[in-house]
Design a protein around this ligand. Structure first.
Ligand code: PHE
Length: 376
């Protein structure tokens, strides 16, 4: 008898699982997808840390209109196909009402159409390719976009480093890298610079010597490498091994503690653009750095900080929205103006993109230091 009852209970439990997660009306369900493993793992892990810190703080302060925030996270392993799978799961199975992610533009692009079709607002903390928010009116981001970032680095190369010639080494499978390279080239040429050579690789490559040998022949003033940290670290090392001394320049995709583990001293004298500097004297930044360090024992990188801000922007919209329906929160998000983020004031424009300053950082001794801020 008892046995039979147990069996019925487990059937019931199974049914509950297959109908999706239990819905607690006092919780607001936020889905998160990111690269918690793989070649971009620090992106996903840092973002997750930032998101969890923000959610913990909001819940500790009483939640939002009496409800607590609940985050459901999945690892997409840095793979676009997997991003589409887990976002579908978040929406259909976990009944996520809002979604945060991804970092890499190609992964946001793989998942955003699913959120858009289901009218679930999605906020990318850090995808900078313009196409991401063009997927539709439910897709937002809290970071600047690559036409601006490319301009910042082209101007920096020409004005600060007095570069007249550049070569490009881009990742041809990455929407981010392809876009940022194009925007850099456009600006560099418009300002009278010359692009001597435009080379490419594919993420996962480990030997860049043939591209770098061609680059060496051109004797460029700077080398623009808009990739992610794993390949950039190897490229820097191999460039120095081949005797190339020109500085490498890059974008936000360089930001990872792993970059220095891989590239080491080869990165000294190189520069990249980013979303924030933990060295900022702004008390809001210093306060955040302290709270983050207390929880995780590390200085927050840009991903962690943007993850934190993405929750802040969502929470502000949840408070001001007419209801918690996807459509009402979408409208509230679209109206975001002057949200005081750690990465700067966040106002979303008509394309649902944030208009914000960028910082340029210089690497020396396995550390990136603040050089300058560029306003849009
Ligand atoms: N902007 C990058 C992209 O769109 C992602 C990124 C952001 C990586 C910030 C590192 C830091 O793919």
């Amino acid at each position: 008898m008892q046995k039979r009852f147990g069996w019925v209970l487990s059937l019931l439990a199974l049914a509950a699982i297959s109908c999706g997660a239990k819905i607690d009306p006092n919780q607001i369900r936020i889905g998160e997808f990111g690269s918690l493993t793989g070649a971009q793992a620090t992106f996903g892990i840092s973002t997750d840390n930032g998101i969890k810190l923000a959610v913990d703080e909001i819940n500790a302060a009483g939640g939002i209109n009496g409800k607590t925030l609940k985050v459901i996270s999945y690892d997409d392993e840095g793979k676009p196909e997997e991003a589409a799978v887990v976002v579908t799961k978040l929406i259909t199975q976990d009944k996520a009402q809002f979604i945060l992610g991804e970092v890499a533009s190609s992964l946001s692009l793989a998942a955003a159409p699913i959120a858009q079709q289901n009218k679930v607002p999605l906020i990318s903390p850090s995808s900078t390719n313009p196409k991401v928010t063009q997927v539709g009116d439910y897709i937002f981001r809290v970071c600047f976009i690559d036409p601006f970032q490319g301009q910042v680095m082209a101007d920096f190369a020409m004005n600060n480093l007095k570069a007249k010639t550049a070569v490009i080494l881009r990742d041809q499978k990455s929407d981010y890298s392809m876009g940022l390279a194009d925007f850099f080239v456009k600006r560099f040429k418009e300002k009278g610079g010359t692009i001597l050579l435009d080379q490419s690789y594919v993420a996962g490559d480990i030997d860049f010597k043939s591209q770098l040998t061609s680059i060496r022949e051109q004797k460029p003033d700077v080398i623009f490498v808009p990739g992610y940290y794993t390949e950039v670290g190897l490229i820097a090392k191999q460039a120095r091994e081949l005797g190339i001394m020109a500085p490498l320049l890059g974008g936000d995709g360089w930001d990872s503690s792993k970059l220095y583990e891989i590239g080491g001293a080869a990165l000294d004298g190189c520069y990249f653009s980013s979303h924030y500097s933990p060295e900022s004297k702004d008390p809001k930044v210093q306060d955040f750095v302290k709270r983050y360090q207390a929880k995780y024992g590390q200085v927050p990188d840009a991903l962690a900080t943007l993850g934190y801000d993405s929750v802040g922007v969502l929470a502000a919209a949840l408070k001001s929205a007419k209801s918690l329906s996807g459509a009402d929160v979408r409208d509230a998000l679209a109206a975001t103006k002057n949200y005081p983020g750690v990465t700067g004031n966040i106002s979303l424009d008509a394309n649902r993109d944030a208009v914000k300053p960028a910082v340029v950082l210089k690497i020396s001794g396995n550390k990136a230091s603040y050089v300058t801020t560029v306003n849009p």
